[in-house]
Design a binder for this molecule. Structure first.
Ligand SMILES: Cc1cc2nc3c(=O)[nH]c(=O)nc-3n(C[C@H](O)[C@H](O)[C@H](O)COP(=O)(O)OP(=O)(O)OC[C@H]3O[C@@H](n4cnc5c(N)ncnc54)[C@H](O)[C@@H]3O)c2cc1C
Length: 404
């Protein structure tokens, strides 16, 4: 039987970040994932990108991931929020605290996290490994794999994504609903420079996000996350590149000039869920296994990284004073630490989605009034900036760039 301090089910971005964080604190982890890692490190770009907050970047730095990312992220220096193409709106500018976040291609983040975890002294990655049985008892956790191998640890982490088979098997209830949206993601080239501005343009049909990316032509490449009504998604996907580019250009009001598509389009159904608890007997949930939100504010992965940073700190500190890592008190500390942040971001994001989904001139007028108020009140603007940076609340050490 192979034994480690922690078994992590799921080698997505959050599971791998947790393994690397635990490794940096001297704890061992076995990551089990039924998927094949090969496509994850593949060179071709699938068009998926992520806005990574500045606090998440500090964690990636602290756990030795940043140096392995193949391409530097693109700093986000301004976030511009607009109600359709109407003038006005909100602007959040970077200040002496540095960029508001960084845009990365997911494939580079994934490859860097994979390389870091794979080279960790205390990490073992078991890909293409299906789980036959999970036993969580008084004295520990035993996992039986399909190929007959057995693994044991004092605590099990579910990082197995939004449908989390482990969360379901543990009987943890979730609040969930579907949005009427499907997100279409891709990357495009535009004639004018993006000036490191991330645009969030709200339409009643769904928000259109335009996010600055690094390129070799100084600011002519951006990612899009376009939330469209679910019933229309197939139609949008069936357009050829020129037709789609023309529609995207219109949605942007042409402010970056003519555009051309640079990556394939893919689409994702959007939904909200939030687990009633983030822990169970010798079990903790992280990332999308615990919560998933609308990508409107680019916060889902950042919430998952914050889970990983908090959980790694709780477990490393518990191990230092000799506690059983599956101890209820340790898991309760994690649950208390993460519940407020995950719930408040989830509700804020959900409210934003609903408020901007209301069509009609009256709703638009009210929204613009609201934006005008926020634009003029500096403490409110500062609060929004802290949310974007991921620096609200009691930050785990790793998110402050400190070792655990
Ligand atoms: C269109 C879109 C845009 C987004 N943009 C952003 C953004 O800009 N910024 C941001 O912060 N967030 C963003 N998000 C959210 C972000 O992508 C997710 O929150 C994040 O990827 C979740 O990572 P995860 O590791 O928790 O889950 P996943 O990436 O889903 O990984 C789960 C892993 O578990 C494995 N698994 C499945 N079943 C099992 C099992 N039984 N046992 C073991 N392993 C299993 C899977 O193979 C997979 O590797 C976006 C989401 C969408 C849909």
């Amino acid at each position: 039987m192979d034994r480690a301090d922690v078994i992590i089910l799921g080698g997505g971005l959050v599971g791998l970040a947790l393994a690397a964080a635990l490794d940096s604190g001297g704890l061992s982890a076995i990551v089990v994932d039924p998927a094949d890692p090969a496509p994850r490190g593949s060179a071709s770009f699938d068009g998926r990108t992520s806005a990574v907050s500045s606090s998440s970047m500090r964690m990636l730095d602290a756990i030795g991931v940043t140096g392995q990312v193949a391409e530097p992220g693109c700093p986000i220096l301004t976030i511009a929020v607009a109600d359709g193409l109407a003038p006005g709106g909100l602007h959040f500018d970077a200040d002496e605290d540095g960029p508001l976040g960084w845009m990365h291609e997911n494939r580079h983040l994934r490859a860097a996290l994979h390389a870091r975890a794979e080279n960790g002294r205390n990490c073992w990655l078991l890909w293409k490994s299906a789980i036959a049985e999970v036993q969580r008892g008084e004295n520990g956790v035993v996992i039986s794999l399909d190929d007959g191998r057995k693994l044991s640890a004092p605590v099990l982490i579910a990082a197995d994504g939004r449908n989390s088979p482990m969360r379901e098997a543990a009987g943890i209830r979730v609040a969930r609903w579907n949005y009427r949206h499907q997100a279409i993601v891709s990357v495009l080239r535009h004639q004018r420079q993006h000036d490191n501005i991330a645009y969030e343009i709200f339409y009643p049909g769904g928000p259109f996000a335009l996010l600055p990316m690094i390129d070799d032509t100084q600011g002519h490449r951006s990612a899009i996350v376009w939330s469209v009504p679910r019933d229309d998604a197939a139609g949008w996907l069936s357009l050829d590149d020129e037709e789609f580019a023309a529609e995207a250009e219109a949605a942007m009001g042409g402010f970056l000039g003519p555009i051309a598509m640079l990556a394939p389009r893919s689409s994702y159904p959007l939904g909200f869920h939030h687990a009633a608890q983030m822990t169970g007997q010798r079990l903790a949930l992280v990332g999308d296994a615990a919560h998933a939100i609308h990508p409107i504010a680019g916060q889902g992965l950042n919430l998952g990284f914050r889970d990983a940073a908090a959980l790694a700190q709780v477990l490393v500190e518990g191990a230092r004073i000799g506690l059983d890592l599956g101890d209820r008190q340790l898991l309760d500390r994690y649950q208390r630490w993460r519940s407020l942040d995950t719930l408040s971001v989830a509700f804020a994001t959900d409210s934003l989605t609903r408020i901007y989904g209301i069509s009609g001139r009256a709703a638009s007028t009210v929204r613009r009034l609201g934006m005008g108020v926020i634009e003029r009140i500096s403490p409110l603007k500062d609060r929004f900036k802290s949310e974007a940076r991921g620096t609200c609340g009691e930050l785990p050490l790793l998110l402050r760039g400190l070792p655990i």
